[in-house]
Write a protein that binds this ligand. Structure first.
Ligand SMILES: [Zn+2]
Length: 426
């Protein structure tokens, strides 16, 4: 179920006996009734269909939701497993009875609970019954496999009147092989900058660098921030405003997620033989002291898409993804090890190299170098022939002598102090 990329990895389930509280038992009885109702609807829909096709769970949900929402005040997501269960039961009944279709009996008090509706908090399973109303079930942490399995991502929860089954997806990252190439990506609000390199035991070398603009995502983000500003200005009722803002944020999240799916699928397809290298953004929230100082880190905190993009690529790629420390990727020159200055945001100036680099491209090179080191292939940039070849592609446009005059108008805004430039450029 769910997105195909979600189910990569092994599933492991922990089961334990559980005497359910009355609230859960009532819930199970209600869901049993709901499945019975959904079965009838699905059955009638199937008979009406000329080819006797079963409805999809989503089509069934359209038919059932009026009844469901008027009857129960459970969180709205609870309708999804009901419809999936009903369709699955009809399908297996037909399969087991040589194509004959009848409404099967719902005997068991059991319900599968979607990932959106439960969470594991401090050794307890928290199930959302209604928005802001939870049922807490203790997890049997004595189960001999729990410690190991719970390192994975909780994916499914099945509760019956007597037991609980909790399934985890084990991300078996170490098992994926390393690719033949490395693609190091620096993620920014407006672009993804990639430096690619071939990986070989004798001599690794740079192969290309490119900048891919994130037009679609920038457009969505700007669109929504405009909409939010309008809401803040025009909706006077604070309660209603909060509600509207929350809705807008949810919609924005979905649109960005969709765009990220497309982008990550495309990127992985274009580099089937490569391992991706990213900055490790996990747990970055904790280093708030550093975040106060670094603009980029601060930006990351608010921009969950970076992390989401990384995990999508990680799941979709057949090769192992390498994560490197993000510390100092924009303060230390990957070419000579000197200190970088940023006269303006887009420029990384290395006094020792004596040039202005494109900040984002240079950052992707820094990430690549760290990735190569992690793969046991230390890489001396300045001594490498491929670097000499590609060096000009890493320069900031205003630092390339030929385009200096031509690009002057464009880059005037990002070069507030031309005197400083000429001093450095000699
Ligand atoms: Zn340098």
């Amino acid at each position: 179920m769910g997105h195909p990329w979600k189910s990569k990895g092994k599933k492991r389930t922990v089961v334990w006996g559980q005497e359910q509280p009355e609230e859960v038992l009532q819930y199970l009885r209600d869901m049993q009734d709901a499945v019975r109702y959904a079965l009838q609807v699905a059955y009638r829909t199937t008979l009406r269909d000329e080819e006797r096709r079963l409805p999809s769970p989503i089509a069934l949900r359209r038919e059932v939701r009026g009844w469901f929402y008027s009857r129960y005040d459970y969180a709205r997501h609870h309708i999804n497993p009901v419809c999936r269960t009903a369709v699955a039961m009809l399908r297996s009944y037909r399969k087991n009875h040589h194509g004959e279709l009848r409404i099967p009996e719902v005997k068991r008090l059991a319900m599968r609970i979607d990932g959106e509706l439960f969470k594991i908090v401090e050794c307890k399973v928290r199930i959302t019954m209604q928005p802001n109303n939870y049922v807490w079930l203790p997890v049997n942490t004595c189960n001999k496999n729990y410690q190991e399995y719970s390192k994975g991502r909780p994916s499914e929860l099945l509760i019956t009147d007597t037991k609980v089954c909790l399934t985890f997806i084990i991300r078996d990252n170490a098992v994926k092989p390393l690719g033949d190439r490395l693609v190091a990506q620096d993620l920014n609000f407006k672009s993804v900058d990639s430096t690619k390199a071939s990986l070989s035991s004798s001599q690794s070398s740079l192969t290309s660098v490119d900048t891919q603009p994130l037009k679609e995502i920038v457009r969505i983000q700007n669109d929504f921030s405009r909409r939010r500003r309008a809401l803040q200005r025009h909706v006077k009722n604070p309660k209603k405003r909060l509600q509207k803002l929350r809705e807008t944020r949810g919609r924005q999240r979905n649109r960005v997620k969709d765009a990220l799916h497309k982008l990550s699928t495309k990127t992985v397809r274009e580099n089937p033989d490569a391992s991706f290298v990213f900055e490790d953004l996990r747990g970055i929230r904790k280093t708030s002291e550093e975040a106060k100082r670094s603009r980029k880190l601060r930006m990351y905190l608010n921009r969950w898409p970076y992390r989401m993009y990384q995990s999508m690529v990680d799941y979709k790629s057949d090769n192992r993804t390498v994560y490197v420390s993000p510390r100092g990727t924009s303060s230390k020159c990957p070419v000579c090890g000197g200190k970088l200055e940023h006269p303006v945001w887009a420029v990384s100036r290395c006094v020792r190299c004596g040039v202005d680099y494109d900040r984002d491209r240079l950052a992707s090179l820094a990430i690549l170098c760290r990735g190569l080191r992690l793969c046991g292939q230390p890489f001396a940039v300045s001594a490498d022939a491929s670097w000499q070849h590609m060096r000009h592609e890493y320069l900031h446009p205003s630092a390339v002598p030929d385009s200096w005059r031509a690009g002057w108008i464009d880059h005037a805004a990002s070069a507030p102090n031309p005197d400083a430039y000429t001093k450095i450029r000699v």
